[in-house]
Design a protein around this ligand. Structure first.
Ligand code: BV8
Length: 295
């Protein structure tokens, strides 16, 4: 516990704090992470579906994937980890602490947990924004929570927690979810741009692999990190494999910032990183208690 006490002392002295959030914060809200056995949807690797090529090749498949993500994100509830981070975001301004959250997740749960939206950077976008795929069209439909978006996307893909406890087959291997054929949808059955009105498809307002991040978001984060040394970066539920999200921690460390990792899987290290091994939902309220209270 002196580990926690030492962290608390630093937290109380910190004037500039960054939180970097990944899919691990979603785990206890019942949403899948991108890697490990949970990173699958109907036997498709989620990473392979989060690409422009996948959408170009089979927009119906990708829209079914994102419809499943939308439905499950709306069903999920913010957990105690979301709420602790949101509470921190709301009190910082009043206590003269400069704070931002860099959120890799696209499910909207931090907003629903009450996070100050002026300090929340959705670097990979949001499932509930839709964008036109037309080259010259800049139509965007923000905060669209409609379910289903079209009749063809009405199937409820249940992501039951049972998926997590995969049965073992006779050789003791983890059984992958039974492959269930995905419906073949044609473009006429998918969300279309009301402005183009010529069948041009809408796409989820997220950043796919191989696409650049929103420039104004990148600039805002760069400005925050470059303006003055960051005292503390909270690295919450992320494998740190996705660029450029994974580059921020090193930049903060190099300027003297301290690092606290909240993850179920953390390697040991002889450095001065605080390691909170376990569920982010358990550790975040304890770690942030000196500022957000024990509520
Ligand atoms: C860009 C939106 C440049 C979509 C997402 C080859 C080598 C290296 C890099 C690249 C490469 N090829 C391409 C790249 C760059 C690429 C990249 O990083 N690829 C990776 C796969 C190697 N990056 C990009 O393409 C980015 N753009 O670089 O632009 C550019 C410039 C100009 C012009 C063109 C291009 C864009 C990346 C954005 C991808 N979109 N999301 C969607 O969500 O559908 S990222 C997606 O992955 C999610 O947002 C998710 O957050 C993220 C996965 O990372 P994590 O959040 O870390 O999740 P993960 O499952 O990996 O880990 C979960 C962690 O939680 C684990 O550590 C686990 O132990 C822990 N955990 C589990 N349970 C708990 C827990 N922790 C605490 N408590 C628990 N209960």
């Amino acid at each position: 516990m002196n580990h926690l006490a030492e962290f608390h002392e630093h937290l109380k002295r910190s004037r500039r704090i960054v939180a970097l959030v990944g899919a691990g914060l979603l785990a206890l809200s019942g949403l899948p992470t991108f890697r490990g056995t949970q990173g699958l949807w109907k036997n498709f690797n989620m990473i392979d579906l989060a690409t422009p090529d996948a959408f170009y090749i089979d927009p119906g498949l990708v829209w079914q994937f994102y419809s499943w993500r939308r439905i499950n994100a709306l069903k999920a509830q913010p957990n105690r980890g979301h709420k602790a981070l949101a509470a921190l975001s709301r009190l910082c301004a009043g206590q003269g602490i400069q704070f931002i959250t860099i959120n890799q997740n696209v499910d909207g749960l931090l907003v629903r947990a009450g996070h100050d939206t002026s300090t929340l950077h959705q670097i990979h976008g949001l499932l509930f924004d839709l964008r036109c795929t037309g080259f010259a069209c800049n139509y965007v439909d923000r905060d669209n929570f409609e379910v289903p978006l079209t009749k063809a996307l009405d199937e409820e893909f249940e992501y039951s927690s049972g998926h997590r406890k995969r049965a073992l087959d006779e050789e003791g291997h983890i059984e992958l979810p039974q492959f269930t054929p995905v419906k073949q949808l044609d473009e006429a059955e998918l969300p279309q741009c009301p402005v183009c009105a010529d069948g041009t498809l809408l796409r989820p307002g997220v950043v796919w692999f191989g696409e650049s991040l929103p420039l104004q978001t990148i600039d805002a984060i760069d400005n925050f990190i470059e303006a003055a040394p960051v005292d503390l970066v909270l690295v919450i539920g992320t494998s740190g494999t996705v660029y450029p999200a994974n580059s921020y921690v090193e930049r903060i460390k190099q300027k003297g910032g301290r690092v606290a990792v909240f993850n179920t899987e953390i390697e040991d290290g002889a450095d001065n990183v605080w390691r909170f091994r376990g569920d982010a939902e358990h550790w975040l309220p304890l770690a942030l208690a000196p500022l957000i209270g024990d509520g």
